[in-house]
Design a protein. Structure first.
Length: 68
């Protein structure tokens, strides 16, 4: 399990996006791996340790083209 520290203005979903490249379903996993992290509110205090567990790769999504 990797660990990072929150930068100024970081939120859990921003940290997830920066580390994993997506947030869908990952933010919840990170919150579960870090009990009490949500008590800080939406913006984490700078320097807060955040454990980043291994997660499955994001499923590929098909894109739809609306116009030619």
């Amino acid at each position: 399990m990797r660990e990072t520290r929150a930068l100024q203005g970081d939120t859990v979903d921003l940290i997830c996006y920066r580390h994993y490249g997506y947030t869908d379903g990952v933010t919840e996993v990170v919150l579960e791996a870090n009990p009490g992290l949500a008590k800080h509110g939406p913006v984490l205090p700078m320097g807060t340790r955040v454990h980043l567990p291994e997660v499955a790769a994001q499923p590929t999504k098909t894109s739809v083209q609306l116009w030619d």
